[in-house]
Design a protein around this ligand. Sequence first.
Ligand SMILES: Cc1ncc(COP(=O)(O)O)c(C=O)c1O
Length: 437
Amino acid sequence: MEKQERFTIDKEGHLFFGGADCVQLAEQYGTPLFVYDEEAIRAMMRVYRDTLLEEYAGNGAVLYSVKAFPCMALCSMAKQEGLGLEVSSGGELYTAIKAGVSAKTISFVGNNKSKDEIAYALDCGVGCVVVDAYTEIETIDDMAKKRGIVQDIMLRINPVPDTVTSSLSSDSKFGFSVADGTAKMMTAFALGKDNVSLIGYHYHIGSQIKNRKAFLSAAEVCMKFIAEMKYKNDFETEYLNLGGGFPIWYTDEDERITLEGYRERIRELLQVVKDKCAAYRLNGPYLMLEPGRSLVGEAGITLYRVGSIKNIPGVRKYVCVDGGMTDNPRYALYGAKYDALLANRANEKNTEVVTLAGKSSDNADVIACNVSLPKAETGDILAVFSTGAYHYSMATNYGRTPLPAAILVKEGKAEIIVKRQSYEDVVRCDVLPDSLK
Ligand SMILES: Cc1ncc(COP(=O)(O)O)c(C=O)c1O
Protein backbone atom coordinates (compact mmCIF):
# COMPACT_ATOMS: atom_id res chain seq x y z
CA MET A 1 0.00 0.00 0.00
CA GLU A 2 1.44 3.38 -0.95
CA LYS A 3 1.60 5.96 1.76
CA GLN A 4 -1.18 8.37 0.83
CA GLU A 5 -3.63 5.46 0.42
CA ARG A 6 -3.60 5.04 4.18
CA PHE A 7 -5.98 7.96 4.44
CA THR A 8 -9.52 7.68 3.11
CA ILE A 9 -12.69 9.69 3.71
CA ASP A 10 -16.15 8.11 3.91
CA LYS A 11 -19.50 9.54 2.74
CA GLU A 12 -20.10 11.22 6.08
CA GLY A 13 -16.78 12.99 5.84
CA HIS A 14 -15.00 10.91 8.47
CA LEU A 15 -11.27 10.45 8.10
CA PHE A 16 -10.14 6.81 8.06
CA PHE A 17 -6.55 5.90 8.92
CA GLY A 18 -5.26 2.35 8.71
CA GLY A 19 -8.84 1.34 7.92
CA ALA A 20 -10.19 2.81 11.18
CA ASP A 21 -12.67 5.67 11.59
CA CYS A 22 -10.75 8.41 13.40
CA VAL A 23 -13.95 9.88 14.87
CA GLN A 24 -14.84 6.54 16.44
CA LEU A 25 -11.26 6.09 17.69
CA ALA A 26 -11.44 9.48 19.40
CA GLU A 27 -14.79 8.54 21.02
CA GLN A 28 -13.57 5.15 22.16
CA TYR A 29 -10.06 5.94 23.36
CA GLY A 30 -10.35 9.63 24.21
CA THR A 31 -8.15 12.49 23.08
CA PRO A 32 -5.36 13.44 22.67
CA LEU A 33 -4.59 10.11 21.06
CA PHE A 34 -1.56 8.88 19.11
CA VAL A 35 -2.75 6.58 16.32
CA TYR A 36 -0.26 4.38 14.46
CA ASP A 37 -0.85 2.47 11.25
CA GLU A 38 0.83 -0.92 11.75
CA GLU A 39 1.04 -1.79 8.06
CA ALA A 40 2.73 1.52 7.30
CA ILE A 41 5.43 0.92 9.93
CA ARG A 42 6.02 -2.64 8.78
CA ALA A 43 6.19 -1.53 5.13
CA MET A 44 8.94 0.97 5.94
CA MET A 45 10.85 -1.55 8.06
CA ARG A 46 10.75 -3.95 5.10
CA VAL A 47 11.95 -1.28 2.67
CA TYR A 48 15.11 -0.78 4.76
CA ARG A 49 15.60 -4.47 5.53
CA ASP A 50 15.06 -5.76 2.00
CA THR A 51 17.05 -3.03 0.26
CA LEU A 52 20.02 -3.75 2.50
CA LEU A 53 19.61 -7.47 1.88
CA GLU A 54 19.30 -7.12 -1.89
CA GLU A 55 21.86 -4.39 -2.51
CA TYR A 56 24.49 -5.43 0.00
CA ALA A 57 24.28 -9.21 -0.20
CA GLY A 58 22.60 -9.48 3.17
CA ASN A 59 25.79 -8.44 4.94
CA GLY A 60 24.17 -6.06 7.38
CA ALA A 61 21.30 -5.19 9.65
CA VAL A 62 18.78 -2.43 10.17
CA LEU A 63 18.43 -1.13 13.72
CA TYR A 64 15.25 0.69 14.74
CA SER A 65 16.23 3.87 16.55
CA VAL A 66 14.01 3.43 19.59
CA LYS A 67 14.01 7.11 20.60
CA ALA A 68 11.69 7.91 17.68
CA PHE A 69 8.82 6.11 19.40
CA PRO A 70 9.95 4.19 22.47
CA CYS A 71 7.54 1.53 23.61
CA MET A 72 7.58 -2.23 24.01
CA ALA A 73 5.20 -2.85 21.10
CA LEU A 74 7.48 -1.10 18.61
CA CYS A 75 10.57 -2.91 19.92
CA SER A 76 8.74 -6.18 19.47
CA MET A 77 7.51 -5.27 15.99
CA ALA A 78 11.06 -4.40 14.93
CA LYS A 79 12.20 -7.78 16.21
CA GLN A 80 9.42 -9.55 14.27
CA GLU A 81 10.56 -7.78 11.11
CA GLY A 82 14.13 -8.92 11.62
CA LEU A 83 15.48 -5.54 12.79
CA GLY A 84 17.82 -4.94 15.69
CA LEU A 85 17.55 -1.88 17.94
CA GLU A 86 19.56 1.22 18.69
CA VAL A 87 18.96 2.55 22.20
CA SER A 88 20.29 5.80 23.59
CA SER A 89 19.54 5.48 27.30
CA GLY A 90 19.14 2.95 30.09
CA GLY A 91 15.38 3.50 29.93
CA GLU A 92 15.21 2.61 26.25
CA LEU A 93 17.38 -0.44 26.87
CA TYR A 94 15.07 -1.53 29.69
CA THR A 95 12.05 -1.10 27.40
CA ALA A 96 13.68 -3.26 24.73
CA ILE A 97 14.68 -6.01 27.17
CA LYS A 98 11.18 -5.99 28.73
CA ALA A 99 9.78 -6.44 25.22
CA GLY A 100 11.80 -9.64 24.88
CA VAL A 101 14.39 -8.33 22.41
CA SER A 102 17.72 -10.16 22.53
CA ALA A 103 20.40 -7.86 23.94
CA LYS A 104 22.80 -9.17 21.31
CA THR A 105 20.81 -7.32 18.63
CA ILE A 106 20.99 -4.00 20.49
CA SER A 107 23.51 -1.18 20.03
CA PHE A 108 23.82 1.31 22.87
CA VAL A 109 24.57 4.85 21.64
CA GLY A 110 25.05 8.08 23.63
CA ASN A 111 27.57 10.85 24.16
CA ASN A 112 27.42 10.83 27.96
CA LYS A 113 26.25 7.47 29.24
CA SER A 114 26.31 7.16 33.01
CA LYS A 115 28.33 4.45 34.73
CA ASP A 116 25.07 2.84 35.84
CA GLU A 117 23.84 2.73 32.27
CA ILE A 118 27.08 1.19 31.03
CA ALA A 119 27.03 -1.41 33.82
CA TYR A 120 23.41 -2.24 32.97
CA ALA A 121 24.25 -2.59 29.27
CA LEU A 122 27.15 -4.93 30.00
CA ASP A 123 25.05 -7.00 32.39
CA CYS A 124 22.31 -7.29 29.76
CA GLY A 125 24.94 -8.40 27.23
CA VAL A 126 24.31 -5.74 24.58
CA GLY A 127 25.80 -6.56 21.21
CA CYS A 128 27.71 -3.33 20.96
CA VAL A 129 28.35 -0.11 22.84
CA VAL A 130 28.90 2.87 20.56
CA VAL A 131 31.52 4.93 22.37
CA ASP A 132 31.47 8.71 22.18
CA ALA A 133 33.84 9.76 24.99
CA TYR A 134 37.43 9.08 25.92
CA THR A 135 36.53 8.25 29.52
CA GLU A 136 33.87 5.80 28.36
CA ILE A 137 36.47 3.48 26.88
CA GLU A 138 38.24 3.28 30.23
CA THR A 139 34.96 2.72 32.07
CA ILE A 140 33.87 -0.08 29.73
CA ASP A 141 37.32 -1.69 29.83
CA ASP A 142 37.35 -1.67 33.66
CA MET A 143 33.80 -2.95 33.97
CA ALA A 144 34.34 -5.65 31.35
CA LYS A 145 37.52 -6.80 33.12
CA LYS A 146 35.62 -7.12 36.42
CA ARG A 147 32.99 -9.22 34.64
CA GLY A 148 35.57 -11.37 32.83
CA ILE A 149 34.29 -10.36 29.40
CA VAL A 150 35.48 -8.51 26.32
CA GLN A 151 32.90 -5.95 25.17
CA ASP A 152 32.46 -5.13 21.48
CA ILE A 153 32.52 -1.40 20.86
CA MET A 154 32.29 0.96 17.90
CA LEU A 155 33.57 4.52 17.87
CA ARG A 156 31.16 7.26 16.93
CA ILE A 157 32.94 9.49 14.45
CA ASN A 158 32.04 12.85 12.91
CA PRO A 159 32.73 12.63 9.18
CA VAL A 160 32.40 16.28 8.15
CA PRO A 161 33.49 16.51 4.50
CA ASP A 162 36.55 18.59 3.51
CA THR A 163 34.51 20.40 0.89
CA VAL A 164 31.44 21.93 2.44
CA THR A 165 28.73 20.54 0.19
CA SER A 166 26.46 19.56 3.03
CA SER A 167 24.72 20.75 6.12
CA LEU A 168 27.14 18.85 8.35
CA SER A 169 29.05 20.68 11.02
CA SER A 170 32.24 20.12 12.97
CA ASP A 171 30.56 21.93 15.88
CA SER A 172 28.80 18.96 17.42
CA LYS A 173 28.82 17.23 20.78
CA PHE A 174 28.58 13.95 18.87
CA GLY A 175 31.40 11.90 17.46
CA PHE A 176 35.18 12.03 17.27
CA SER A 177 36.28 14.29 14.46
CA VAL A 178 37.87 12.61 11.46
CA ALA A 179 39.19 15.95 10.18
CA ASP A 180 41.20 16.92 13.27
CA GLY A 181 42.67 13.45 13.92
CA THR A 182 40.68 12.67 17.09
CA ALA A 183 39.00 9.66 15.49
CA LYS A 184 42.39 8.20 14.60
CA MET A 185 43.75 8.87 18.09
CA MET A 186 40.72 7.24 19.74
CA THR A 187 41.13 4.20 17.49
CA ALA A 188 44.66 3.67 18.77
CA PHE A 189 43.49 4.23 22.35
CA ALA A 190 40.69 1.67 22.07
CA LEU A 191 42.95 -0.89 20.39
CA GLY A 192 45.30 -0.65 23.36
CA LYS A 193 42.69 -1.93 25.80
CA ASP A 194 42.34 -5.62 26.66
CA ASN A 195 38.68 -5.84 27.59
CA VAL A 196 37.15 -3.89 24.75
CA SER A 197 37.17 -5.06 21.17
CA LEU A 198 36.93 -2.29 18.60
CA ILE A 199 34.84 -3.68 15.75
CA GLY A 200 34.31 -0.54 13.69
CA TYR A 201 32.77 2.90 13.34
CA HIS A 202 29.42 4.58 13.72
CA TYR A 203 28.15 7.92 12.56
CA HIS A 204 24.81 9.69 12.34
CA ILE A 205 24.80 13.01 10.53
CA GLY A 206 21.53 14.31 11.98
CA SER A 207 17.80 13.98 11.54
CA GLN A 208 15.32 15.20 8.91
CA ILE A 209 18.29 15.85 6.60
CA LYS A 210 16.83 16.94 3.27
CA ASN A 211 20.14 17.35 1.45
CA ARG A 212 20.69 13.96 -0.21
CA LYS A 213 24.32 14.78 -0.95
CA ALA A 214 25.08 15.15 2.77
CA PHE A 215 24.59 11.40 3.26
CA LEU A 216 26.86 10.59 0.33
CA SER A 217 29.61 13.03 1.34
CA ALA A 218 29.66 11.67 4.88
CA ALA A 219 29.96 8.11 3.58
CA GLU A 220 32.83 9.16 1.31
CA VAL A 221 34.74 10.76 4.18
CA CYS A 222 34.12 7.75 6.37
CA MET A 223 35.29 5.24 3.75
CA LYS A 224 38.47 7.26 3.15
CA PHE A 225 39.10 7.21 6.89
CA ILE A 226 38.49 3.46 7.04
CA ALA A 227 41.04 2.97 4.24
CA GLU A 228 43.55 5.15 6.08
CA MET A 229 43.04 3.08 9.23
CA LYS A 230 43.60 -0.11 7.27
CA TYR A 231 46.71 0.88 5.32
CA LYS A 232 48.43 3.24 7.73
CA ASN A 233 47.26 1.97 11.12
CA ASP A 234 46.69 -1.70 10.46
CA PHE A 235 43.08 -1.61 11.68
CA GLU A 236 40.46 -3.35 9.57
CA THR A 237 36.87 -2.12 10.08
CA GLU A 238 34.53 -5.08 10.35
CA TYR A 239 31.33 -3.18 11.18
CA LEU A 240 30.09 0.18 9.95
CA ASN A 241 26.92 1.95 11.11
CA LEU A 242 25.71 4.76 8.82
CA GLY A 243 23.05 6.05 11.24
CA GLY A 244 19.59 7.33 10.30
CA GLY A 245 18.41 10.76 9.25
CA PHE A 246 16.20 10.41 6.17
CA PRO A 247 13.47 13.05 6.08
CA ILE A 248 9.70 12.68 6.07
CA TRP A 249 6.72 14.75 4.93
CA TYR A 250 5.17 17.17 7.42
CA THR A 251 3.74 19.82 5.11
CA ASP A 252 3.87 20.50 1.39
CA GLU A 253 7.15 22.33 1.94
CA ASP A 254 8.59 18.79 2.30
CA GLU A 255 8.99 16.21 -0.43
CA ARG A 256 6.55 13.31 -0.26
CA ILE A 257 8.98 10.42 -0.49
CA THR A 258 7.42 7.19 -1.71
CA LEU A 259 8.54 3.75 -0.57
CA GLU A 260 10.48 3.52 -3.85
CA GLY A 261 11.99 6.91 -3.07
CA TYR A 262 13.37 5.61 0.23
CA ARG A 263 14.67 2.51 -1.58
CA GLU A 264 16.55 4.80 -3.99
CA ARG A 265 18.09 6.81 -1.17
CA ILE A 266 19.26 3.67 0.60
CA ARG A 267 20.61 2.25 -2.66
CA GLU A 268 22.62 5.37 -3.50
CA LEU A 269 24.13 5.38 -0.01
CA LEU A 270 25.06 1.71 -0.25
CA GLN A 271 26.52 2.36 -3.69
CA VAL A 272 29.00 4.84 -2.21
CA VAL A 273 30.12 2.22 0.31
CA LYS A 274 30.46 -0.44 -2.40
CA ASP A 275 32.31 1.88 -4.81
CA LYS A 276 34.71 3.03 -2.12
CA CYS A 277 35.34 -0.53 -0.97
CA ALA A 278 36.32 -1.38 -4.54
CA ALA A 279 38.41 1.78 -4.98
CA TYR A 280 40.29 1.32 -1.69
CA ARG A 281 40.41 -2.50 -1.93
CA LEU A 282 38.52 -2.97 1.34
CA ASN A 283 36.55 -5.97 2.49
CA GLY A 284 32.98 -4.73 2.65
CA PRO A 285 32.20 -4.15 6.34
CA TYR A 286 29.01 -5.50 7.90
CA LEU A 287 26.70 -2.51 7.43
CA MET A 288 24.14 -1.12 9.82
CA LEU A 289 21.45 1.49 9.14
CA GLU A 290 19.72 3.13 12.08
CA PRO A 291 16.49 4.88 11.02
CA GLY A 292 13.87 6.22 13.40
CA ARG A 293 11.77 9.08 12.01
CA SER A 294 11.29 7.57 8.55
CA LEU A 295 10.02 4.28 10.04
CA VAL A 296 7.33 5.71 12.29
CA GLY A 297 6.92 9.44 11.57
CA GLU A 298 4.33 9.43 8.81
CA ALA A 299 2.77 6.26 10.20
CA GLY A 300 1.46 8.22 13.19
CA ILE A 301 -1.15 10.93 13.61
CA THR A 302 -2.51 12.69 16.68
CA LEU A 303 -6.23 13.15 17.29
CA TYR A 304 -7.39 16.05 19.45
CA ARG A 305 -10.75 17.52 20.36
CA VAL A 306 -11.28 21.19 19.60
CA GLY A 307 -12.20 23.27 22.67
CA SER A 308 -12.11 27.04 22.82
CA ILE A 309 -11.75 29.18 19.71
CA LYS A 310 -10.51 32.74 19.93
CA ASN A 311 -10.54 35.13 17.01
CA ILE A 312 -8.42 38.28 17.33
CA PRO A 313 -9.53 40.36 14.33
CA GLY A 314 -6.63 41.41 12.15
CA VAL A 315 -4.22 39.32 14.20
CA ARG A 316 -5.04 35.61 14.14
CA LYS A 317 -7.57 32.99 15.07
CA TYR A 318 -6.60 30.45 17.72
CA VAL A 319 -8.19 27.02 17.58
CA CYS A 320 -7.34 25.37 20.89
CA VAL A 321 -7.21 21.62 21.40
CA ASP A 322 -7.05 19.34 24.44
CA GLY A 323 -3.33 18.65 24.11
CA GLY A 324 -0.46 20.79 22.86
CA MET A 325 3.18 21.22 23.79
CA THR A 326 2.88 18.43 26.37
CA ASP A 327 2.36 15.84 23.62
CA ASN A 328 4.07 17.82 20.85
CA PRO A 329 6.82 20.25 21.89
CA ARG A 330 8.28 20.49 18.37
CA TYR A 331 6.83 23.90 17.51
CA ALA A 332 8.10 25.32 20.80
CA LEU A 333 11.49 23.70 20.28
CA TYR A 334 12.17 24.44 16.64
CA GLY A 335 9.19 26.06 15.01
CA ALA A 336 8.08 22.80 13.40
CA LYS A 337 5.30 22.92 10.81
CA TYR A 338 2.32 20.61 10.44
CA ASP A 339 -0.67 19.96 8.28
CA ALA A 340 -4.01 18.99 9.82
CA LEU A 341 -7.67 18.45 9.06
CA LEU A 342 -10.96 18.05 10.84
CA ALA A 343 -11.42 14.29 11.06
CA ASN A 344 -15.23 14.54 11.44
CA ARG A 345 -15.60 16.95 8.46
CA ALA A 346 -12.75 15.81 6.28
CA ASN A 347 -14.69 16.34 3.04
CA GLU A 348 -15.29 20.05 3.67
CA LYS A 349 -13.31 22.76 1.94
CA ASN A 350 -10.78 24.82 3.88
CA THR A 351 -12.09 28.32 4.47
CA GLU A 352 -9.70 29.84 6.98
CA VAL A 353 -6.13 29.90 8.18
CA VAL A 354 -5.68 29.37 11.92
CA THR A 355 -3.12 28.79 14.64
CA LEU A 356 -3.52 25.50 16.45
CA ALA A 357 -2.81 26.04 20.13
CA GLY A 358 -2.82 23.75 23.15
CA LYS A 359 -4.15 24.00 26.70
CA SER A 360 -0.96 24.65 28.67
CA SER A 361 -0.18 27.88 30.48
CA ASP A 362 2.61 28.89 28.18
CA ASN A 363 2.67 31.22 25.20
CA ALA A 364 4.89 28.74 23.36
CA ASP A 365 2.09 26.19 23.55
CA VAL A 366 1.34 26.11 19.86
CA ILE A 367 1.11 23.03 17.66
CA ALA A 368 1.25 24.81 14.32
CA CYS A 369 0.73 28.23 12.74
CA ASN A 370 -0.99 28.99 9.43
CA VAL A 371 -2.96 25.79 9.12
CA SER A 372 -5.82 25.80 6.59
CA LEU A 373 -9.07 24.31 7.91
CA PRO A 374 -12.82 24.52 7.39
CA LYS A 375 -14.39 26.77 10.05
CA ALA A 376 -13.65 24.73 13.18
CA GLU A 377 -16.22 24.35 15.95
CA THR A 378 -15.95 23.26 19.56
CA GLY A 379 -16.20 19.48 19.67
CA ASP A 380 -14.62 18.85 16.24
CA ILE A 381 -11.93 16.18 16.04
CA LEU A 382 -8.63 17.49 14.72
CA ALA A 383 -6.12 15.13 13.09
CA VAL A 384 -2.51 16.35 12.93
CA PHE A 385 -0.33 14.43 10.47
CA SER A 386 3.17 12.99 10.73
CA THR A 387 3.33 12.91 14.52
CA GLY A 388 4.66 9.35 14.82
CA ALA A 389 8.29 10.19 15.59
CA TYR A 390 9.71 12.31 18.41
CA HIS A 391 6.28 13.23 19.76
CA TYR A 392 5.32 10.60 22.33
CA SER A 393 9.05 10.31 23.15
CA MET A 394 9.31 14.06 23.78
CA ALA A 395 6.01 14.39 25.62
CA THR A 396 6.08 15.78 29.15
CA ASN A 397 3.84 16.03 32.19
CA TYR A 398 4.08 19.86 32.20
CA GLY A 399 1.05 21.22 34.02
CA ARG A 400 0.69 17.73 35.51
CA THR A 401 -0.89 16.71 32.25
CA PRO A 402 -1.18 12.92 31.90
CA LEU A 403 0.54 11.53 28.79
CA PRO A 404 -1.86 10.45 26.01
CA ALA A 405 -2.51 6.86 24.97
CA ALA A 406 -1.12 5.34 21.78
CA ILE A 407 -2.97 2.79 19.69
CA LEU A 408 -2.02 0.63 16.75
CA VAL A 409 -4.55 0.22 13.95
CA LYS A 410 -4.58 -2.48 11.32
CA GLU A 411 -7.36 -3.27 8.87
CA GLY A 412 -9.71 -1.11 10.90
CA LYS A 413 -8.98 -2.84 14.24
CA ALA A 414 -7.30 -0.97 17.06
CA GLU A 415 -5.17 -2.13 19.98
CA ILE A 416 -3.74 -0.07 22.82
CA ILE A 417 0.06 -0.09 22.89
CA VAL A 418 0.58 2.67 25.46
CA LYS A 419 -2.05 3.33 28.11
CA ARG A 420 -3.22 6.86 28.86
CA GLN A 421 -1.70 8.08 32.11
CA SER A 422 -4.01 8.67 35.05
CA TYR A 423 -3.71 11.43 37.65
CA GLU A 424 -2.46 8.70 39.98
CA ASP A 425 0.39 8.01 37.50
CA VAL A 426 1.22 11.70 37.50
CA VAL A 427 1.76 11.82 41.29
CA ARG A 428 3.37 8.35 41.52
CA CYS A 429 6.85 9.68 42.31
CA ASP A 430 5.74 12.47 44.66
CA VAL A 431 6.68 12.05 48.30
CA LEU A 432 4.94 13.96 51.08
CA PRO A 433 7.31 14.01 54.08
CA ASP A 434 5.68 13.74 57.52
CA SER A 435 6.72 17.31 58.24
CA LEU A 436 4.48 18.54 55.42
CA LYS A 437 1.41 16.48 56.22
C1 LIG B 1 22.61 8.02 17.00
C2 LIG B 1 21.33 8.11 16.28
N1 LIG B 1 21.00 7.14 15.41
C3 LIG B 1 19.83 7.18 14.74
C4 LIG B 1 18.93 8.21 14.91
C5 LIG B 1 17.65 8.20 14.14
O1 LIG B 1 17.59 9.26 13.27
P1 LIG B 1 16.29 9.50 12.40
O2 LIG B 1 15.13 9.45 13.31
O3 LIG B 1 16.49 10.84 11.81
O4 LIG B 1 16.25 8.42 11.37
C6 LIG B 1 19.24 9.25 15.81
C7 LIG B 1 18.32 10.38 16.00
O5 LIG B 1 18.65 11.52 15.89
C8 LIG B 1 20.47 9.19 16.52
O6 LIG B 1 20.80 10.14 17.40
